[in-house]
Design a protein around this ligand. Structure first.
Ligand code: ZN
Length: 207
């Protein structure tokens, strides 16, 4: 496994492979969901990025970001809300980018997936597949991802075409779905939550 930490480009765009994380024109190619992922070794500083995007950008500090009321974090990294970003989300080393306009119609779990995918780039580097699995792992571990959410993510990502770095959306869907199943099965029956409703804590698995 090579160390991709230094090689992820500029804004790693959302995982989703759509061309979500679209290229950021002033800076070079962002890592996109499906599009061109730049392979720059460094991105702009938060300050520089904010200067470049102008007054529409808003920084949300660590611990302050909520997606549909759910608090999220990526270590201590801030998130820049940029309604003009070409993709749903993106990431530069040290901070994340979300396009609030683009994600607004998506379901909560898809939003959390996008955010977590971008966060995954912070830890996993430019590899889209790894960022996807990071998001799924987080979703299961933190309890926000259920079978319905997994389907929503698949519907969302399956519209994305692939490119040299992003596998086609349907392939990403399959990889995530498979991983989701492994995680759920690995966690035992307890984790087998019904598709639509969160499962309450119980004394023992249902018979
Ligand atoms: Zn990505």
């Amino acid at each position: 496994m090579r160390n991709r930490r230094l090689s992820w480009g500029v804004a790693l765009c959302g995982a989703v492979g759509i061309a979500l994380c679209a290229a950021y024109p002033l800076i070079g190619n962002a890592q996109e969901w499906s599009g061109k992922e730049g392979s720059t070794t460094s991105g702009p500083s938060l300050e520089d990025y904010l200067k470049q995007i102008g007054p529409d950008g808003t920084v949300i500090g660590h611990g302050q970001l909520k997606l549909d009321g759910k608090a999220v974090n990526c270590g201590k990294r801030p998130t820049v809300l940029n309604p003009n970003f070409d993709s749903w989300g993106g990431a530069f080393p040290g901070f994340l980018i979300l396009n609030t306009k683009k994600i607004s119609g998506l379901s909560t779990q898809v939003k959390l997936y996008i955010y977590s995918h971008e966060c995954g780039h912070q830890f996993e580097g430019a590899d889209e597949g790894k960022a996807d699995l990071f998001a799924i792992r987080r979703g299961v571990k933190w309890g926000w991802l259920d079978a319905q959410g997994m389907e929503d993510i698949c519907v969302f990502i399956s519209q994305l075409k692939g490119d040299s770095v992003h596998p086609p959306g349907p392939q990403r869907c399959e990889a995530m779905r498979k991983y989701y199943r492994q995680l759920i099965e690995g966690a035992g029956q307890q984790a087998r939550a019904p598709a639509f409703a969160p499962k309450p804590q119980t004394l023992a698995p249902a018979q």
